[in-house]
Ligand binder design. Structure first.
Ligand SMILES: [Zn+2]
Length: 362
């Protein structure tokens, strides 16, 4: 037993070192109690600017305003602009980078790394390190923070317990000190998505993407990272089970996405199939028929009602398969017929040919 305990100890230590979760909750921190929160005193001097919708037009308008505000900040000697970005590589190394601009030039550049954190934590890390630095610059009263994660930025005003809390406590405390110091001090957060390729943000984005850092030692995981890892493992198990299971039926049709990759089940964003189909009941019913093969067609009758006819009324197929109906049958407009199993093509076909796979069209 003694020997066993000796053997176990180092293994246990390594295991704990590798798998333990960083402490990230502090629900009793004074900054999060009512009447001490940033929003209770400084809500008029901290603002968030995002496009009014996800449309390209609104994004364009937003970027125009961002450009003008940035230029104005660079001619004001009491203003600085902080441009930040964060990202996580497949190696789980996170990079946070930022440029601090004042008087039309970059006065400071930052790049920091972390391990086993999620992308929102990388974004928050970028905002935290650069904004704290900018607030320490003499005679700066107006700071513009440009980020592609306004969600991460808004976390500094959250007062409820959340897994990022310990990460933004130093930032929230520094923001409160900065705003308390001078009535002119204000912070404006501007959203700038990486896909917009706004030139000054792209410089920072490129830094994050080009960064290569190899982890050489074990590291603890953030709570969110650990949760995400567990979730990914369960999802992977679910997808493998789905792929191998016969419960979905022998005739289950594996659709592909726009990239030609077979669609796997997922829980995110409404699932894998339903968001593509939309909310029309009849379309959804026909899509289910086509996917499972349980539809009033010859192929189905051949299996379950062999005494009934199996041919297609068009006269071109002895067995009316779903592939024949969708891709070859001359009863449907050829311009609506897909030539692959990409899910969108099938949904469009069903929308254009509502009689296909319906009980009225046997
Ligand atoms: Zn036919």
């Amino acid at each position: 037993m003694k020997q066993q305990a000796n053997l176990k100890s180092p293994i246990k230590d390594v295991n704990e070192q590798l798998n333990s979760i960083r402490n990230c909750f502090n629900p009793l921190y004074p900054l999060f109690t009512p009447r001490s929160r940033i929003v209770d005193h400084f809500s008029s001097r901290i603002s968030f600017h995002s496009p009014s919708s996800f449309s390209d037009e609104d994004l364009y308008q937003h970027l125009q305003s961002l450009n003008l505000t940035f230029r104005a900040s660079q001619v004001n000697h009491n203003s600085a602009a902080v441009i930040t970005d964060g990202g996580v590589k497949k190696s789980h190394v996170a990079t946070a980078a930022a440029y601090i601009w004042a008087d039309n030039s970059v006065i400071k550049q930052l790049r920091v790394h972390s391990l086993n954190v999620t992308s929102i934590e990388a974004e928050l890390m970028a905002i935290r390190t650069s904004l704290i630095l900018a607030m320490e610059i003499d005679n700066i009263h107006d700071i513009m923070v440009i980020t592609d994660s306004i969600t991460a930025a808004k976390k500094i005003l959250e007062s409820k317990v959340n897994p990022l809390q310990n990460m933004f406590i130093p930032l929230a405390a520094a923001v409160k000190t900065f705003l308390s110091k001078d009535g002119r001090n204000k912070i404006r957060f501007w959203y700038c998505p990486s896909r917009a390729e706004w030139p000054r943000h792209k410089l920072v984005d490129d830094q994050v993407k080009a960064s290569s850092c190899t982890p050489t030692f074990p590291s603890k995981e953030s709570y969110l990272f650990s949760k995400k890892k567990e979730c990914n493992n369960i999802l992977c198990e679910w997808q493998t089970h789905f792929a191998n299971s016969l419960k979905k039926g022998h005739y289950f049709l594996n659709f592909e996405d726009e990239k030609g990759i077979v669609i796997k089940p997922t829980y995110a964003k409404g699932g894998s199939w339903l968001p593509v189909i939309g909310f029309t009941n009849s379309l959804c019913a026909h899509f289910t028929c086509i996917t499972t093969g349980h539809a009033p067609i010859g192929e189905y009758r051949q299996r379950f009602f062999p005494q009934l006819p199996t041919n297609c009324p068009c006269g071109k197929a002895k067995v009316q398969t779903r592939e024949h109906i969708v891709m070859k049958c001359n009863r449907h407009d050829p311009s609506t017929q897909p030539c692959n199993t990409i899910i969108n093509s099938f949904v469009h076909f069903l929308a254009d040919n509502p009689e296909a796979f319906s009980f009225d069209n046997r």
